[in-house]
Design a protein around this ligand. Structure first.
Ligand SMILES: Nc1ncnc2c1ncn2[C@@H]1O[C@H](COP(=O)(O)OP(=O)(O)O)[C@@H](O)[C@H]1O
Ligand SMILES: [Mg+2]
Length: 341
């Protein structure tokens, strides 16, 4: 294997220490992804430079010109504190003609809005929940076609920010309350989607032209409290104690018929093509009781910590973590080479 110089872009607050020793799980949680990527690439023999960026592009350009990395590993999820700017950073790397891991800027843009992605997919008849968008500063009126219960989310935020049990509403009064909560606390427009009762499935996809689909993954809720819905709330995603108490588990999805499995794999690939995703992505679904996989959202550059869904599903497929990161770098380098050709 060729020894590469890899520049890893990340939020300045998340530049990890060299060793994890002496840090509790809670402490390391925030920068675990950055730590996993940097330490694993180093162990694999690459020369790795973490670079924290947030307000200035110049450090990126300087590092690329001075150090001439073979590739950028893009772990940046925001710029100027705005998640919508992640695509602009990818654009900048594209203009610098440097290979970078993960999705291209157009894919990031098409996948971002939980409304836009569903509109595009509905043209291609991919099942997705009915929804309505409630913009800030506008009256909150539910279209009659939209059936309760609904789940209310930020139209643009990720990582289940603002998602709690109270996000699922079954009256117009509760809907207005939760939409207002999103407007005021999360400070974005809100989307209300018909709530799909069912199983929570994640499908990792990797590739540029040729797409490889990882084993279908499931988030299971085996010990829900009374009246609680099986949804990936902020606590479910980010609170290890809660995960343990509530027996929140991830693993390969079992008991899917071969036909359904094939249909989901086909759907995940089509979604990547329609939304122009490349590099790596994770498509989230709810599988209804009738066996229909409803598209929830597409995540370009999904969470890539070793313990998280994407890496775990790759491992289940026999692709270890170091190997996985190497493949992401290879995809980055090949994509740029194809453009240069
Ligand atoms: N229409 C829906 N029906 C059922 N559950 C949903 C729906 N939309 C979201 N959820 C639940 O909320 C979680 C987070 O929603 P998602 O749209 O993926 O937002 P985020 O970008 O924050 O991950 C999902 O993983 C799922 O558990
Ligand atoms: Mg999600």
């Amino acid at each position: 294997m060729k020894r590469l110089r890899v520049l890893v872009l990340m939020h300045p607050d998340l530049v990890p220490p060299d060793s994890i020793k002496g840090y509790s799980e809670q402490e390391s949680y925030v920068w675990k992804t950055e730590y996993d990527v940097v330490s694993t690439l180093r162990k694999a023999g690459h020369e790795v430079r973490p670079l924290g960026v947030q307000e200035e592009l110049k450090p990126i350009r300087d590092a690329i010109e001075d150090w001439q990395p073979h590739a950028v590993f893009n772990l940046l999820e925001e710029f100027h504190g705005d998640t919508a700017y992640d695509q602009n950073v990818a654009s900048y790397l594209e203009l610098l003609r440097i290979p970078y891991t993960g999705c291209n800027p157009r894919g990031m843009m098409l996948a971002r809005g939980k409304d836009l992605s569903k509109k595009l997919l509905s043209y291609h008849r991919i099942p997705a929940p009915n929804f309505a968008v409630f913009k800030k500063g506008h009256a909150i009126r539910r279209p009659a076609r939209l059936k309760m219960p609904l789940i209310v989310k930020s139209v643009s935020n990720d990582a289940s920010i603002g998602i709690a049990q109270a996000s699922v509403v079954d009256s117009d009064e509760k809907l207005a309350e939760r939409v207002t909560f999103i407007h005021e606390r999360i400070k974005t427009d809100a989307i209300a989607e018909e709530y799909i009762e069912g199983r929570e499935l994640y499908v990792g996809v990797m590739g540029n032209q040729r797409l490889k689909v990882m084993p279908i993954w499931e988030l299971r809720f085996d010990n829900l409290g009374k009246g609680q819905r099986a949804i990936a709330t902020e606590r479910v995603k980010h609170d290890p104690d809660y995960q343990e108490r509530r027996l929140i588990m991830q693993g390969p999805a079992e008991d899917l018929s071969p036909e359904l499995r094939a249909a989901i794999i086909r759907s995940a690939k089509r979604i990547c093509r329609i939304l122009e995703l490349d590099g790596y992505a994770r498509i989230d679904y709810r599988l209804s009781a009738e066996g229909i996989p409803y598209f929830l959202e597409a995540n370009p550059n999904p969470e890539i910590a070793e313990s998280q869904e994407f890496a775990q599903s790759a491992l289940h497929d026999g692709v270890g973590y170091a190997d996985l990161l190497q493949q992401l770098l290879n995809l980055a380098i090949k994509r740029q080479a194809a453009k240069d050709a």
